[in-house]
Design a protein around this ligand. Structure first.
Ligand code: NAD
Length: 352
């Protein structure tokens, strides 16, 4: 069924990994290496079945290709998923077995931390492969990429606000942040410092209580955040949150957040446009972490990373302007930007 899978139309390679002794069952999806080796995190999640894991690996790896292409990185897109519960099934030997699987791909795929894995896990994986980034600072890495992802999202929000209202700051904007994890929390911090007011939700009550106390945020139940009357909705929890059930409930002017694959289907981008809601394509504005971990390969340079992350705002603004000029959904304009860069690289390679 892999060859017939709806999401397997343009992947270069999909590897199924099994290491019985280490308890490892994983899938590594390499979507496209036109621009460089495929970079993407290693997710660990208790998927309901193999189909769900495969779907995630295929969708997420394609997103990584577009993210790198749109942000001007010389990298391709890949992703690994480990099938299992990170709280009860993650062991050093499982991570090392994952490292061996990555090593066998000889650099075509570079892994990193992701949902369900940490910077410390990347260090375990490092024991078996050189092809891992997002390492602890003590090992020459750049540590947790989340603050940089949040900064990129913040630049994206500022660009969206500039495009929508001509405002040059986020002061006074009301933002609903869904998910107060690594990225969502840092984003709240940046928004609070910039003078925005916050409405927040999380399935973990302690995180919500902390945000209320720290940022004077208004708390709403997880299901109520979609209908919050705000200027901006920032999804920073899970994917597919913009779906048939939610897009008609939104009461915001802009959707801009960190979560991967926010649109359940491409047509939800069209629904947002028909409702005059400006959507900041996720793979463009959540690229900050990728820019940061990628910098480990050439020697981390803070200035270069800062410029790259600030560039997310400029890239998004150009995408929003071209979508408006051509009357197409912003997601379509962002995909076209990424696909154009890929097509140019393929054409240049064919001439060599
Ligand atoms: P995280 O696991 O640290 O945080 C996710 C938060 O969302 C948790 O606090 C969780 O309790 C909460 N949550 C889960 N379900 C929820 C729901 N239904 N309603 C409200 N809250 C809910 O993850 P993270 O690293 O902060 O990443 C957040 C999102 O951003 C993910 O989709 C991730 O793929 C994406 N992303 C993260 C990075 C990064 O650098 N960490 C980079 C790019 C994209």
């Amino acid at each position: 069924t892999v060859f017939l899978h709806e999401a397997f139309c343009d992947h270069e390679q999909v590897v199924f990994v099994s290491d019985e002794a280490a308890g490892l069952k994983a899938i590594i999806a390499i979507h496209d290496t036109t621009l460089g080796p495929a970079l993407g995190g290693c997710r660990m999640y208790p998927y309901a079945d193999e189909e769900a894991a495969l779907r995630d690996a295929l969708r997420l790896s394609r997103g990584m290709t577009y993210k790198a292409a749109a942000c001007g990185l010389d990298l391709g897109g890949g992703k690994a998923v480990i099938i299992g519960d990170p709280l009860s099934q993650k062991t050093p030997s499982l991570l090392e077995a994952m490292g061996r699987a990555v090593e066998r791909l000889a650099g075509r795929y570079i892994t990193a931390e992701d949902v369900g894995t940490t910077v410390a896990d990347a260090a375990e994986i490092r024991k078996a492969t050189r092809h891992v980034v997002g390492l602890p600072v003590a090992l020459g890495g750049t540590g947790d990429p989340s603050p940089t992802t949040a900064l990129g999202v913040f630049h994206g929000l500022a660009a969206a606000v500039r495009h929508r209202w001509g405002a040059d700051s986020l002061a006074g904007q009301h933002v609903a942040v869904q998910g107060l994890g690594n990225v969502g929390w840092h984003l709240c911090q940046l928004l609070h410092e910039a003078g925005a007011s916050l409405t927040v939700s999380d399935v973990q009550a302690s995180r919500v209580a902390k945000a209320v106390a720290t940022f004077a945020a208004r708390a709403v139940a997880p299901e109520s955040i979609y209908a919050a009357e705000v200027d901006i909705f920032a999804p920073c929890a899970m994917g597919a949150v913009l779906n048939d059930d939610t897009v008609t409930r939104l009461r915001c002017a802009i959707v801009a957040g960190a979560a991967n694959n926010q649109l359940a289907h491409e047509e939800h981008g069209e629904v947002l446009r028909s409702r005059s809601i400006l959507y900041a394509p996720d793979f463009v504005i959540n690229a900050g972490g990728m820019i940061r971990v990628a910098s480990e390969r050439d020697g981390y340079d803070q200035d270069l990373v800062d410029r790259g992350v600030a560039g997310i705002g400029h890239t998004l603004l150009a995408i929003l302007q071209s979508a408006e000029a051509e009357d197409v959904p912003t997601q379509a304009a962002a995909l076209r930007l990424a696909q154009t860069r890929l097509a140019q690289a393929r054409a240049a390679r064919a001439l060599r």
